[in-house]
Design a protein around this ligand. Sequence first.
Ligand code: PLP
Length: 448
Amino acid sequence: MKQKRIELPPDQRVTQWYNVMTDIPNGVQPPLDPETKQPVAPEKMARIFPMGLLEQEMSDKRWIDIPEEVLDIWQIWRPSPLIRANFLEEAIGTKAKIYYKYEGVSPSGSHKTNSAVAQAYYNKREGVKRLATETGAGQWGSALSFATHKFGLECKVYMVRVSFDQKPYRKVMMNTYGAQIVASPSPDTPTGRAILERDPNTPGSLGIAISEALEDTVSRNDTKYALGSVLNHVCHHQTVIGLEAKKQLAMVGDYPDVIIGCCGGGSNFAGLASPFVPDKLDGKKIRLIGVEPASCPSLTKGIYAYDFGDVSQRTPLLYMYTLGHDFIPPGIHAGGLRYHGMAPIISALQRENLMEAMALNQLECFEAGVLFAQTEGIIPAPESCHAVRAAIIEATRDKNEPKTILFNLSGHGLLDLSSYEKYFAGELSNYEYPAEAIAEATRHLPKI
Ligand SMILES: *Cc1c(COP(=O)(O)O)cnc(C)c1O
């Protein structure tokens, strides 16, 4: 019998995060202050983030100790299992070995809980009483609601109106963890009120929700802000995924030739892939593949430039592959992965040719998700379906080539069944973000 599930023994658990910035040739560019165009002073960011996280954001330490308090809570689901997808392999008839790291075992159902717990811990340590955040599809809001409750912090989540209406169970989940949640735009902030007055039926957007959460944060002195992806510290927290996977593969005497993750803001892919970057720099032949939706192709079609992290131009400028901060995600698309930019860490890996990017259409991704569910049993989150599809593409490129593929199953899709329902009903279609829209967006990029 093949060993299906590879569990990491407790004495081998990961106790340090890896900071890939210290190994990327030519480094990762710092965030800039939009007014002065100079690197942002940490003191200026201290209004919205705790120092513990800001230090990690700019850290030049290669390894960062994971606090005991974080490890304690992580024990609920970590180490997460590494699973051999042998049933999927048989179904597609490949000689390739496929392994997936399963992050859907976390309480809120995705990898986001890893960073949520860490962020709640550093805020608590610095006396913060309350966190404000935004959530699109609801994964991040659920993760942070759980994490804040564990540390006795209050949590206010601004959830994009359209998801709030389409995914009622996400709201119940956040309420169960004790968080306060409102549909964004909300009557609770000046920006929200202004937008509601103009258009009471607006579906909202991630940009609006970010603006509301930031306004909430700066209007009170007991509150800080939390972001679930993109930033360096979030990518560091997620490296536990790749560090564990490396040890688990070693337990069965294996090492990956191809490493795959889906990319929204880039954190779960960074988490799985970056611990393998030093080996790649040492000359090991490994391919790192980030998979994005063709409807939001920041890595494959975006521009590498300084841009705002949000529509309302409130954030520092980040150096990243971007579709422009005024990118509007097409409404016909089901899953997450709809952020206009890519994590500066991932952008730098792409610039240095340490990774490659692949853009896929949503229909083929759902098709792969259904095959995965029917063979391996787990219904993947729509985002994770992109990684599944890419793994199948790589495994069937040459079915007789014996290679080892590792991908991240970043979350389960049990709260995204309405997307599957639409897929089965034929209500989803493919959409490629038009080149003209990208050209137009370049004209709105801040001038540096
Ligand atoms: C949020 C999310 C993603 C995309 O975010 P990244 O920062 O790119 O990881 C992917 N998969 C799942 C399940 C998510 O919840």
